[in-house]
Structure formats: structure tokens, C-alpha cells
Design a protein around this ligand. Structure first.
Ligand code: TNX
Length: 774
């Protein structure tokens, strides 16, 4: 009795204690049975399962052609993955169970894209107000099935079950967008089709194609053939030609493909800036008359369309006429971003226009430009959409704004009663790197890990409800300056797109990071089945070694990105499994090792394998005296960077390399006493794209007094500087003489980049990671 009372008295304290220090999760969560991304608005679990077999069938009124299309999409998909052929009935046949019923009904709660789905052991009922709603219900059905539902052929041994649930769902925002920049690098029609499928799986509904820019024009315009003969191709620094374009037939095919998946393709034709590719074909549309090459360098280019020249407008209007015919999108994107005013300031025609129109300055000239185009689009029943720079100098009357430089532009536009799409760089730029910057493939801009995408809030707090209604949604943008392959594009896009999809679809209060991560495990399995090259950095394990110079060994910490994961590691280079040692606390390593570490969630490895090579050798922990200091920008690893036993990878920024800009490398080790030396080695990196070259030659020396050094030989570099592959090359020299106290390595920098290199004449880099003495 007394004890019970005590417990009741202390219970609140215990509860408080537990909530401050949640008990350690001993068994990491496994993927939940129901993993829907984006999370539906309301979900209630039932009991039992529907088993999808050949006795199941569809009931739907397919006389509504759009409904018919959704049903065909569904049955085709099911047949492909499961080999179950679903018969379609207009009215339910008597006495048969196993119906999958599609119904369009009038119900204001559905909105334009909502649906209600009930699944039970007896059958499935899907209701919506529109075909789009039915389509999203179908996507949810797919996600209730095993991930293999996304495979192209029936994988044996899968039981096609659907757990019993009741789901009522509708999106938070009508604009759930993804932008692909096909100008900086061209992506094929088939790649785009695949992405359209993936967008649909995520319940995303806008694909914005950035079709034109300084570096390439990607769409056939019948009236201006030079746009594809000239503007679609550029000559790269190595002399090769790259590019491509979509024919009008390609575009019609893409548009139809997207339409049947309820994705609207929004075309973007950039003006008045980011247009050097077009000017390469039609230089008369510029202020100076050219000539111009299709640009090969990234950034903002000064040559823009001449705003004083009426033929510029005639050209753009003719282009837009063909665009409007091809794309049913009610909204046409005209860019409008990053327009340098330099040429306009010195162009007599532009200055005359400013005068004639009574404009204040070049900012108002830009505004004049956009208004004039908007009038034209409006007259053809289309709305103009532009990046937030179109606010400068006054917004065109009906324009929609895509806010990329933060959300300020979007807020300003919403306050002026304009519709906006939020796409701020800091949450939406998928060209930003997502994992550890030291090991990411080249990416520009800042860091955008998936957690941050998940925190994105498209509706700013400081808008009134009336103004907030103008926020139509958000969009992720994949700019492709540094993304040249389909694999890399997918790597940048997934799984961050899953986070974006949930931000844009799910009610704000349903957003929950740990819950999302649990569901993401299943989503990644779907990606595996689909063969999507998604990034695995989300679960990566960071290997953090600290050298102890006196003990000549390393304290090793393994830090998982997510604390829900369990880390297993090996020291012999083998891929860790659940049976490999589990990491619990930092440990000390004194011998050479190939450390590999993987994060596991439940039974599943969820990260790529992280790896670090440890090399135990004579010179570890010895100070290296340098004649020329490393460049401060590429100096990493501290005092013992060149004698810490840690070798660099092919990533020059992995923190293991020391860079010497334009100067030779001269490093001397003092062992403090004579030591037996058999071999001296040193490694260098070559990555000509980053101006890093191997040395011309390497010379090794030994000394007993630190003043007189005896050369052991000069070793020329056999690797061509032309190789665009990243190369790590070791130079080595044997020694069989008496013990020595000093060892020195001299590596000759080539001085400047060679004449054929884009950096010709600029200082060349020398990168080394370790002086190894055996
Ligand atoms: C800015 S976003 C640009 C693009 C670049 C991007 C790179 C915008 C409207 N303009 O031209 O590709 O940054 O992050």
C-alpha cells in the first residue's frame, strides 16, 4: 500500500525524467508496415489484408475518358509488376468478392486532387472528385503494396498484400514542383519520362523545364532553325561538342506522357538575360551585334536581348507562339533573373526606349520588357511566371513570381496580390551538396541536407490569411552546371525529393522527422527496385581519427549521421555486416588497417560504406619541416598532415591533401636520432580540372647531420598531364645504407598550367598527402 502511494507520488517525476532523457533505443526501428510518402492527411489502420490475386477485378465507369485513363494506368502497372491481369467491369458482377472500385463522386472535401481510400480483406474502394484524385489514390495503393510493385516484371516469392486502412487525403498546396535545368546539360527524353514517373509516385504535379540559357537552347522552333542548328551545341574546352535538343514531336510526346500522370510541364524560355546561346545564332538581337559563341562558362553573362530593338520582341513572340501551341500549361515561365544592365546602359536603342517610354532607368526597362511580354501571353490566354527579379522596377499586372533569392520576393508579391511559388535557394536548391562536403562529387552553392529540405516552410508567418492564399506551393530546382550525367542528376534529386514531396503535400501538423525517416527506409527500397541512383549520404558514417604523435597511433571515433542507426565496422577492408564488430565507443589503433564502417537500421545496411586507410610507418608523428608553406586554402590535417598515416582519396578536398600553389615541395623529416631506413615513398594527386598536376620529378635525400644531404636519385613523372582522369601516383626510392637521422623529399612543381589548359599560365597546384618511411 505504502509503496503504491510512493509510486503514484513519484510517477510525474519519473515521467518527466523519461521525457527529458528518453530511454536508449536498443533495437533500432525497422521499417513500418505502412510507409506512405508523402504522409496522407488522415490514416486509420484496420484489421486484415487484401490479397491481390487473379480473382481480383476492377469496377469503374470508364466512359469518363480520364477515369478510363487512370484505370488503364493502374491495371497496366499492376500487370507489369505482378502479372495479375485485372478485368474491368462497368458495374459490379454479382456475388464476387475482390473488387477494386474506382468512383468519381461529388464531395467538396476532396478539392481538386483529394481522394478517399478504403482497403479491407474483401475489397478496395477508391473515391475522388476528379481523375487526379483517383490517380493519387492509385499511388497510395502502390505504396501499400510491397516495394516490388515498382518492378518491371513479376519477382517471384512476393505476396501482393494490401493492409486494411482508411485514408482521406488531399494536398496542402496545388503547386508541387520540380525544375530540371536541361540547358546547362542536356538530358534525354527517356530520362525525363522516367523522372515524370517518379514525380507522380511522389504525388508531385509540376515539371518545370529550364529549356534555354547561355549554354544551350533545347527546343526546336520551326521559325528559327538556327536555334537548334547553332544554339543547341557548344564546344567544350577539350574541343568536343556537346548539346542536344527536343524536337517538337519529342515535346508533344513528353507533354502527353506527363498529362497522363497528372504532371503539368511548365516551359521556361529565359529573357531578357541568360540568352547567349540564342544570341550565338541571332546576334542581331543583342545590343552590340556580337558575334558570340554558345557560352561554355557558368555564371551570369553580360550580353542580353536588346530591349530597344523591336525585332527582339517579334522574335520572342514568335518563339512563344510555338511554345504556347506545344505546352497546354496555363503558365509560361519567362525567366527574368540575373539580368546585368551593362549593355543596356551603353546601347543607343535601349536608351532611346527609356526616353520614349518615360522610364526612370534600366531597372524600369527590364520591367517594361516583362510587361510587354506579359501582355502578349495574356492576349493568348496564358499567365506569365518569372523569377523574383521581375519585381524590380514594378511587377507586371497578372504575373506570378517564383521566389528564389529567399522568400522576400515571394512575400512582397503576395502582399501585392500576386500568386507565388516559393523556391528559396537555402531549402530548395538541389544543386547544393547534401552530405559531407569533403566527399561529395563537385557541387556548387551551399549545403542542403535532407533534414533541411524537410524543415522547409513555404508559407511565411508574416502573411495575412488572404495574402497566404497566394502561396501556391513550392518547388525544388536542379541546376545542372555540375551535373552532367543522369546518374548524378538522380543522386542530387533523391531522396531529397521525398522530403520536398511531404512538405508540399502533407498537412503541416503531420510532418514528423523521425516518422519520415522510418518510412524513408521503405521508400529507399522502392528506389532500389526502380533502379534510382539516389544519394546515400543521409545515413553516412563519419570516420574521425585523431593522431596521437607520441603513441604513434590513432584514436578512432565513428559518428553516424543519424543516431537511430547502429554502426558496424571492419579493419581488413571487408564490407561490414551485422556480424562485424559493433561500434560502441572510441578505440585506439596502432597498426595499419583498412577501416570500413556501415550504418544499419534494423537488419538493413542503409549507408554507403565509409572508408579510411591507416598506414603505420616509421615517420608517423614526426614533424615535417617545409621549405615552402602549403597554400592556406588547401592546408588541412594540421602539423602532422604529411606524417599522420592517413592517405588521401581521389577527392582533393577530403582533408588529407596539402596543396602547394606554384611552388616546389621540399619536406624534411628529422627523426631526432639515426634510424634504419629501407624505403622512402611519397604520393601526389593529379586532377587537371582543379589545376592540380603531378610533379615533373621527385628527388629523395638522406642526411646524418641535417646540412649535407645525399641524393638517392631523381624520379621523373611518367604520367601524362593531359589525362582528365583523377590520378594518385606514388614515387618511391629504396635505401640500403647506414642509419640516417634526416630524410628529405623534393618534388618539382610544373610551375604554371600548360598552354592547352583552361588555366594556361596560371599557377599550377601540387598536392601531396604523406611522406612514408619504411
Ligand atoms: C542562380 S536561380 C540561377 C541559375 C543558376 C543557379 C545555380 C536562378 C533564377 N538563376 O542560373 O544555375 O543560381 O545555383
Amino acid at each position: 500500500m505504502k509503496r503504491k502511494k510512493m509510486l503514484i507520488l513519484f510517477l510525474p517525476f519519473l515521467l518527466l525524467l523519461f521525457s527529458c532523457f528518453p530511454p536508449k533505443v536498443l533495437h533500432p526501428p525497422v521499417a513500418p508496415e505502412i510507409s506512405i510518402i508523402p504522409a496522407p492527411a488522415h490514416l486509420q489502420k484496420g484489421t486484415g489484408k487484401f490479397l491481390l490475386t487473379s480473382s481480383a477485378f476492377v469496377v469503374a465507369d470508364t466512359s469518363d475518358s480520364l477515369v478510363g485513363e487512370v484505370v488503364r494506368y493502374f491495371t497496366r502497372h499492376i500487370q507489369q509488376a505482378t502479372e495479375v491481369h485485372l478485368r474491368v467491369y462497368q458495374t459490379p458482377p454479382d456475388g464476387k468478392t475482390g473488387a477494386i472500385r474506382f468512383q468519381k463522386i461529388k464531395d467538396g472535401n476532396f478539392g481538386r486532387e483529394g481522394y478517399r481510400l478504403k482497403t479491407s480483406p474483401e475489397g478496395i474502394s477508391l473515391e475522388a472528385g476528379t481523375a487526379a484524385g483517383l490517380f493519387y489514390g492509385v499511388q497510395t495503393i502502390f505504396q501499400l503494396l510491397p516495394p516490388e510493385i515498382y518492378s518491371q516484371n513479376d519477382p517471384s516469392n512476393v505476396r501482393w498484400t494490401i493492409p486494411a486502412v482508411t485514408i482521406t487525403d488531399r494536398p496542402r498546396y496545388p503547386w508541387r514542383g520540380f525544375m530540371l535545368d536541361v540547358s546547362r546539360h542536356f538530358f534525354t527524353k527517356d530520362f525525363i519520362k522516367k523522372q515524370i514517373d517518379y514525380l507522380a509516385y511522389h504525388k508531385m504535379n509540376r515539371l518545370h523545364l529550364h529549356l534555354t540559357d547561355d549554354q544551350g537552347w533545347r527546343i526546336e522552333i520551326k521559325k528559327y532553325p538556327k536555334l537548334t542548328q547553332i544554339s543547341s551545341w557548344r564546344r567544350q574546352s577539350d574541343g568536343t561538342i556537346t548539346g542536344g535538343y527536343y524536337t517538337q514531336d519529342d515535346i508533344r510526346e513528353l507533354v502527353a506522357y506527363a498529362q497522363s500522370r497528372f504532371v503539368t510541364i511548365v516551359p521556361e524560355i529565359e529573357m531578357p538575360g541568360h540568352c547567349q546561346a540564342a544570341l550565338a545564332a541571332y546576334p542581331q538581337l543583342s545590343c552590340t551585334g556580337g558575334p558570340f559563341p554558345v557560352a561554355t562558362e557558368w555564371g551570369v553573362h553580360k550580353d542580353v536581348y536588346c530591349a530597344g530593338n523591336d525585332s527582339t520582341f517579334a522574335f520572342l513572340q514568335n518563339v512563344l507562339l510555338e511554345i504556347m501551341q506545344l505546352f497546354p500549361s496555363p503558365v509560361i515561365h519567362i525567366g527574368g533573373d540575373e539580368v546585368p544592365k551593362d549593355r543596356w546602359q551603353h546601347c543607343p536603342k535601349c536608351q532611346a526606349r527609356i526616353k520614349a517610354e518615360g522610364l526612370k532607368d534600366e531597372a524600369e526597362l527590364q520591367s517594361y520588357f516583362i510587361r510587354r511580354i506579359e501582355k502578349f501571353l495574356n492576349a493568348h490566354g496564358k499567365r506569365l511566371l518569372g523569377w523574383d527579379e521581375i519585381l524590380e522596377g514594378g511587377l507586371a499586372p497578372n504575373a506570378m513570381v517564383m521566389s528564389w533569392r529567399g522568400t522576400q520576393g515571394g512575400i512582397a508579391a503576395a502582399k501585392q496580390n500576386h500568386d507565388v511559388i516559393m523556391s528559396p535557394t537555402s531549402f530548395c536548391y538541389f544543386d547544393y551538396y547534401q552530405g559531407d562536403p569533403k566527399t561529395e562529387p563537385l557541387a556548387i552553392g551551399g549545403n542542403l541536407p535532407i533534414e533541411k529540405v524537410y524543415r522547409f516552410e513555404p508559407s511565411p508567418k508574416n502573411l495575412s490569411p488572404e495574402e497566404a492564399r497566394h502561396v501556391l506551393g513550392g518547388q525544388a530546382n536542379l541546376w545542372t552546371e555540375y551535373v552532367a550525367t543522369p546518374e548524378h542528376a538522380e543522386y542530387m534529386t533523391y531522396p531529397r525529393l521525398a522530403a520536398m514531396a511531404e512538405v508540399l503535400w502533407s498537412p503541416k501538423e503531420n510532418r514528423n522527422w523521425p516518422g519520415f525517416l522510418n518510412r524513408l527506409q521503405t521508400q529507399l527500397k522502392r528506389y532500389n527496385v526502380l533502379g534510382i541512383h539516389y544519394a546515400r549520404s543521409l545515413f553516412a558514417v563519419q570516420i574521425q581519427p585523431t593522431l596521437d604523435p607520441s603513441k604513434k597511433g590513432w584514436k578512432i571515433e565513428l559518428v553516424p549521421h543519424l543516431r537511430q542507426t547502429e554502426v558496424h565496422y571492419t579493419l581488413d577492408g571487408r564490407t561490414p555486416t551485422l556480424r562485424s564488430p559493433r561500434y560502441k565507443a572510441p578505440f585506439f589503433l596502432k597498426h595499419s588497417a583498412s577501416l570500413r564502417a556501415t550504418a544499419f537500421l534494423g537488419q538493413n545496411p542503409v549507408s554507403a560504406v565509409s572508408q579510411t586507410e591507416f598506414l603505420a610507418h616509421r615517420a608517423i608523428g614526426c614533424r615535417v619541416n617545409l621549405k615552402n608553406p602549403p597554400n592556406s586554402h588547401s592546408q588541412s590535417g594540421g602539423d602532422f598532415a604529411l606524417s599522420d598515416g592517413l592517405l588521401g582519396s581521389k577527392f582533393s578536398r577530403d582533408g588529407r591533401w596539402q596543396g602547394f600553389r606554384g611552388t616546389d615541395f621540399v619536406g624534411t623529416i628529422d627523426f631526432q636520432k639515426p634510424v634504419a631506413v629501407q624505403k622512402i615513398r611519397i604520393r601526389f594527386l593529379q586532377n587537371i580540372g582543379a589545376w592540380i598536376f603531378l610533379p615533373q620529378w621527385v628527388e629523395f635525400f638522406v642526411s646524418t647531420d641535417g646540412t649535407h644531404f645525399k641524393s638517392l636519385g631523381k624520379f621523373p613523372n611518367p604520367v601524362s598531364p593531359h589525362s582528365s582522369d583523377v590520378v594518385v601516383k606514388e614515387f618511391a626510392c629504396s635505401y640500403s645504407g647506414a642509419p640516417v637521422r634526416f630524410v628529405r623529399v623534393l618534388a618539382k612543381n610544373r610551375g604554371v598550367c600548360p598552354p592547352w589548359h583552361p588555366g594556361a599560365g596560371g599557377k599550377a597546384w601540387l598536392f601531396t598527402d604523406e611522406i612514408i618511411v619504411d
